[in-house]
Design a protein around this ligand. Structure first.
Ligand code: SF4
Ligand code: SF4
Length: 343
């Protein structure tokens, strides 16, 4: 494992970090075991969020008494000052620390978000004051919107930007990466597996390691999962023609309009289980239609409840035409059911 300075933060971090969403689903002992194993393998950067339920508390327990050995990044999704203050105090308590290395405004993906967060008395003012008070070392921001991410980096107010990047969602390779490099803004890579759409870790990391200034933070749910990713970093990165062709195969299979499984669209007020249903097409390709209809029955049968109210579209950071896509996936599911006589 090698260590780098994360942009202008001055923080020294391992070349791959640990995204803490998956530890939500682990019991506390499993989470602690996985986190400590990651540390033993050289991972020093841990990214969590107020929104990731008990992951801050698990992280705090795992590394109690060794605060100076790790770099902690967390986030607030609140835009108002009082809410951000409450989240920050809660994070400090859960993480059992009196300072946070990197505190990020979470998912600033619309102009409205930014207007509220950056207004007088908003979240940005509160975290800036907290930085002056020593409770935060650096301030970062995360976004799913390329336009907003570029705009936020240009403000010069943030030491890091966290944005999705992988060989399918590679839009950040253009202007955003350039802006980040020019301003020495640390680039933290979320969704190294495109929200689960890339099921080949080797190829995912062959792509990412071509961008050494970017810090990927895959989620880990076991020591074995840590070992797999860390093993990539123990050898030189070689991307050959076969790898490039495989990346192209994935891109063609998924196209541009695909769900990243971020779940921001949920819950549907009419009970549609949107996220898994949005992935039916891919599941059917990967698993075979015969398996997919059994696997997907529970969530696909919620799709006819859609009344096309559009509430989910407004919440989707990728502006996907969700009801239209759900209908397409449902038609495919019905065709599969008919061909296997399963309905
Ligand atoms: S458009 Fe359909 S899936 Fe989306 S929120 Fe409305 S009812 Fe639910
Ligand atoms: S439809 Fe959009 S908001 Fe919902 S999970 Fe997929 S990418 Fe996320």
């Amino acid at each position: 494992m090698q260590y780098r300075t994360l942009g202008k933060t001055g923080l020294t971090v391992s070349e791959v970090g640990f995204g803490c969403i998956p530890i939500i689903r682990l019991d506390t002992q499993q989470a602690i075991k996985t986190l400590r194993h990651a540390y033993e393998q050289g991972i020093t950067f841990y990214d969590t969020a107020n929104a990731y339920r008990d992951s801050e508390a698990k992280l705090g327990q795992a590394f109690a008494g060794m605060r100076d050995k790790i770099v902690i990044a967390t986030k607030t999704g609140r835009r108002d000052g009082a809410g951000a203050q409450e989240h920050l105090e809660n994070s400090l308590r859960m993480l059992q620390t009196d300072y946070i290395d990197l505190y990020q405004l979470h998912q600033v993906s619309t102009e409205k978000d930014w207007a509220v967060a950056s207004a007088a008395g908003g979240a940005l003012e509160v975290v800036t004051l907290a930085k002056k008070a020593g409770k935060i070392r650096q301030i970062g921001v995360t976004s799913h919107s390329l336009t907003m991410a570029e705009r936020l980096v240009k403000t010069g107010l943030f030491s890091t930007i966290q944005f999705p990047f992988n060989f399918i969602e590679d839009a950040a390779q253009g202007e955003l990466r350039k802006l980040a490099q020019e301003s020495n803004t640390g680039f933290i890579v979320m969704k190294p597996f495109a929200g689960g759409m890339i099921d080949n870790a080797t190829i995912a990391f062959k792509f990412l390691r071509q961008f050494p200034e970017m810090l990927p933070i895959p989620g880990f749910d076991s020591p074995e999962a840590v070992d797999e990713i860390v093993s990539f970093y123990r050898q030189p990165n070689v991307v050959n023609q076969t790898d490039l062709e495989l990346m192209d195969t994935y891109r063609q299979e998924l196209g541009q309009q695909f769900c990243r499984r971020c779940e921001y669209c949920q819950p549907c007020p009419h009970g549609v289980n949107i996220t898994p249903a949005m992935g039916y097409q891919v599941i059917a390709r990967r698993m075979s239609p015969a398996v997919a209809i059994e696997f997907g029955r529970s969530f696909m049968e919620t799709v006819p409840q859609c009344v096309e109210c559009g509430a989910c579209i407004e919440r989707c950071p990728y502006e996907l035409p969700i009801p239209e896509m759900l209908k397409k996936h449902y038609n495919m599911y019905e065709e599969h059911c008919a061909s296997y006589n399963k309905k």
